[in-house]
Design a protein around this ligand. Structure first.
Ligand code: NDP
Ligand code: 8X3
Length: 254
């Protein structure tokens, strides 16, 4: 990845922060975006300590078209080319049934996981198309492939992400721009704390008795996908912890 520039959304925690470090360790320069700038400072520092020749950051809200467009304008000014876009910003809000669901949660999930991916991709595509061999990696989820109770809107959003990736794969065929989705199962990050709106006890129960994926496991997979030769496109990749055979089949100890 030496000499490459990698843009990571949602780089203030979880997979995005780990990806900043993993791409940095692989020799890439990183461009980091998220809403919490204080956390981006930490991610940029960690990426540089891991070996990134450069690590720049700026506030980004993927749920806002103006913020996305301004961010990408800034990117054009700070890096010579864009090699990889990781559309990672996202997450779940709530675990209510459809009957109990809240408008603000549904709208929040669609804004970030679906529209955020579309906005970022549209804005960054001119840079990527000017650089054949570049790649877009979208963070999906096994939730986009299998539904679960309380997951209607999140599963729908990640199924949306999967279909966006597949449509882009067709649209970009012939441009040299690669695109794929990385779909993890349960991983211990801030995901469940955000889903349960700060309830850390409830969040911890999700992973009780299980050895879930770590953010660094997912980051390793991202680097592997991005570092294949230009003629190789990893279309879809599923990564789960050994304890999770399926959404509803989780081995819990004790
Ligand atoms: P985290 O909650 O740890 O990280 C989510 C990241 O997204 C944060 O950096 C957050 O930054 C950012 N983000 C959220 N909303 C916005 C926004 N509007 N604009 C910009 N950035 C935003 O969770 P994960 O690392 O686990 O999640 C990363 C991705 O992986 C998500 O798309 C999630 O759906 C997906 N995923 C997670 C799994 C898991 O079990 N953990 C499994 C499968 C997929 P900030 O708040 O600073 O803006
Ligand atoms: C996160 C995985 O199973 O909690 O995308 O929805 S799950």
């Amino acid at each position: 990845m030496r000499g490459k520039w990698v843009l990571i959304t949602g780089a203030s925690s979880g997979f995005g922060a780990a990806a900043a470090v993993a791409f940095g360790a692989a020799g890439a320069a990183v461009i980091l975006g998220a809403r919490r700038e204080d956390r981006l400072i930490e991610s940029a520092r960690a990426a540089k300590a891991a070996g990134a020749p450069d690590a720049v950051y700026r506030k980004l809200d993927v749920s806002n078209t103006g913020s996305v467009d301004e961010f990408v304008r800034w990117v054009k000014g700070v890096c010579p080319q864009l090699d990889v876009l990781v559309n990672n910003a996202g997450g779940a809000l709530g675990l209510e049934t459809v009957e109990q669901g809240l408008d603000e949660d549904w709208e929040g999930m669609m804004q970030v996981n679906v529209l955020g991916v579309l906005r970022m991709t549209r804005a960054a595509l001119p840079l990527l198309k000017a650089n054949p061999g570049s790649m877009i990696i979208n963070l999906g989820s096994i939730a986009g492939r299998v539904a679960y109770e309380g997951g209607a809107a999140y599963c729908a959003a990640k199924a949306g992400e999967l279909q966006i990736t597949r449509a882009l794969r067709l649209e970009l065929c012939g441009t040299g721009v690669r695109v794929g989705t990385l779909d993890p199962g349960m991983a211990e990050t801030e995901f469940s704390v955000v889903r349960f709106k700060g309830d850390e006890t409830r969040a911890a129960k999700v992973y009780q008795g299980v050895e879930p994926l770590k953010a660094s496991d997912v980051a390793d997979a991202l680097v592997w996908m991005a570092s294949r030769p230009a003629h190789v496109n990893i279309d879809e990749m599923i990564i789960k912890c050994t304890d999770q055979a399926a959404i509803h089949k989780v081995n819990r100890r004790g």
